[in-house]
Write a protein that binds this ligand. Structure first.
Ligand code: SF4
Ligand code: SF4
Length: 537
């Protein structure tokens, strides 16, 4: 594949011209930099995915397994019977078009097949042809089309140009959830062995090692030890967390991205400092060492398998409840599926903060509380000594992750925290935040390097809103509560809005946190000098 060299000036020229041919007669063009490489056989074998075979998206023959058509149609029939929502979504779209311009991939590419209504139609047309009387009798006249190899290619190309962000569903008068349709579409492609490397690899690693990055227990421990050394250098305080400790009150689970690479490690240092300061009775786990769930991007069954390890570990350690770190899809899975898949978690208790006594009734079913809720409650009850002036060099805005905003309805807690640890906070325009937030463009397993054009195009609406507050208020820090965001937003900012850095909310908390026994701190967690305080020399 040639190197991606397109400049922002090139990608911002977006053609919205209507194609000459109607969509069914416009063949898919598989363009490089717009898709991810296929998964490696060894990864798919590790989790017993079906129909594993060598294939290349750029070649004409995808070597589909014998009987592939029956496999897809049988798989679709099974899912139409199993998931009522999917069946309803196949029937009820009235093509009002309210969703059409709400998808970041349509806004960034101008490709009509990235309109949510048309993305759904790619699969709906198969449903009509093979599962409705009108489609069986009248075919195309009733909106049906034959299932061919070209249709499979088209489904693959466009269902991996949807980040399952659910922004479109917010605007649909019928509540049609394109993410649920994409999930089923990807399940069907998975049956044919058409899986992505950036999804298959992390899934296999998580299944075998407990986390997407495949970090071994000793690597997790040594990575955290490096963070502890850095914390001691900066604050003079030695933090001593425990691992796999039976009898701890709380199990802490966070995405493995926070244990490896910047800026995620600064967020993890923030957790470590906060919990130490509180004297929290908690433990890390090297087994349930992943909050995220890439299984969710392959199939419900795979997601359930990976999710189970969190509850299994909580049971093994005998904890009372779980605190979850800053992650995106961990919380979507938790709020929408976890209790149904692996619940009830009645071997644990409803989370209750040992510091403030607050009972998190919202976490009664799952026994898992979000760290932003936990920390916001600490601040509200005056339990943290904070010096927000230490973040005076930052002008901060907040990116609502799709999963924490639309997946769990958490809008205010992160903003409340940021406003208490930083003095300069500026929200982006109203139609781009909270439940209307724009995706980073790289979620749902699309955070690879070979699909950089897709990512930069899909992230364009988000970057455009950041650019607005950057120009208007001088914003230089994009805070978030998601590990995928911490990985995907830095290149997006470097491309579209240079000068804006990216941080987890708990990095900002740790900068402002005044710890007991700390030495005079002069730098933030990145080693940058704190701004001079008023009255300082
Ligand atoms: S908004 Fe809903 S009903 Fe209207 S075209 Fe989109 S999916 Fe169909
Ligand atoms: S779920 Fe998100 S990425 Fe997918 S079609 Fe809707 S808006 Fe686009």
């Amino acid at each position: 594949m040639a190197k991606f060299t397109a400049k922002p000036a090139d990608l911002s020229k977006i053609s919205l011209k209507t194609p000459r041919t109607d969509w069914m007669n416009t063949p898919v063009e598989i363009r490089e930099h717009m898709y991810c490489h296929p998964a490696k056989a060894k990864d798919l074998e590790a989790v017993e995915f079906p129909n594993i075979h060598e294939w290349k998206p750029s070649e004409a023959d995808w070597k589909l397994p014998e009987g592939w058509k029956e496999t897809v149609l049988n798989g679709m029939k099974e899912r139409l019977e199993k998931f009522r929502s999917f069946h309803v979504f196949m029937d009820i779209c009235v093509r009002c078009g309210a969703c059409a311009d709400k998808c970041h991939f349509y806004l960034g590419t101008g490709d009509p097949k990235n309109m949510p209504v048309l993305r759904a139609e790619l699969l709906r047309s198969i449903y009509r042809r093979y599962f409705t009387t009108g489609g069986k009798l009248f075919g195309k006249a009733a909106g049906g089309r034959e299932l061919t190899e070209d249709v499979i290619k088209e489904l693959w190309y466009y269902y991996y140009q949807c980040t399952e962000c659910r922004r479109c569903s917010l605007f649909c008068p019928y509540g049609i959830d394109q993410a649920e349709i994409t999930i089923i579409g990807r399940e069907l492609l998975n049956l044919l062995g058409l899986q992505l490397g950036w999804i298959g690899g992390p899934v296999a690693a998580c299944y075998r090692k407990g986390n997407h990055l495949g970090l071994e227990p000793h690597t997790i421990k040594s990575n955290i030890d490096f963070m502890l050394d850095d914390i001691e250098t900066i604050t003079g305080v030695r933090v001593n967390p425990t691992f796999n400790r039976k009898g701890a009150e709380i199990l802490f689970v966070t995405p493995s991205g926070d244990l490896f690479g910047v800026p995620g490690v600064y967020t993890a240092m923030g957790y470590l400092m906060l919990f130490h300061e509180l004297g929290l009775d908690y433990t890390w786990s090297t087994y349930a060492s992943e909050g995220g769930n890439f299984g969710f991007f392959t199939s419900m069954d795979m997601a359930k398998r990976l999710n189970y390890k969190i509850y299994a570990e909580a049971k093994r350690l005998g904890v009372k409840y779980i605190i979850g770190g800053e992650c995106g899809h961990m919380w979507r899975v938790l709020h929408q599926y976890m209790d149904t898949w692996n619940g009830p978690a009645d071997f644990m208790e409803t989370p209750k903060s040992p510091i403030t006594g607050t009972v998190f009734e919202n976490a009664k079913a799952t026994r898992m509380v979000h760290i932003a809720e936990f920390t916001a409650d600490l601040i509200k009850n005056g339990k943290l000594k904070l010096d927000p002036r230490r973040n005076d060099h930052l002008k901060v805005t907040f990116h609502d992750s799709c999963n924490t905003s639309r997946g769990m309805g958490m809008f205010e807690e992160p903003r409340y925290i940021i406003k208490n640890v930083c003095k300069n906070f500026y929200d982006m325009p109203e139609n781009t935040i909270r439940e209307k937030t724009f995706c980073c463009g790289s979620g749902s397993g699309l955070n690879a390097s070979e699909n950089m054009e897709l990512r930069m195009r899909g992230g364009f609406p988000r970057a455009n809103a950041v650019s607005y507050v950057h120009k208007k208020h001088g914003v230089n820090m994009l805070a978030n509560v998601c590990a995928i965001d911490r990985a995907s937003l830095p290149p997006l900012m470097d491309y579209w809005v240079p000068g804006v850095q990216v941080a987890g909310v708990h990095e900002l908390v740790a900068n402002a946190l005044v710890m007991k026994g700390e030495k005079e701190r002069t730098t933030d967690l990145r080693g940058d000098d704190f701004p001079e305080k008023e009255g300082d020399e």
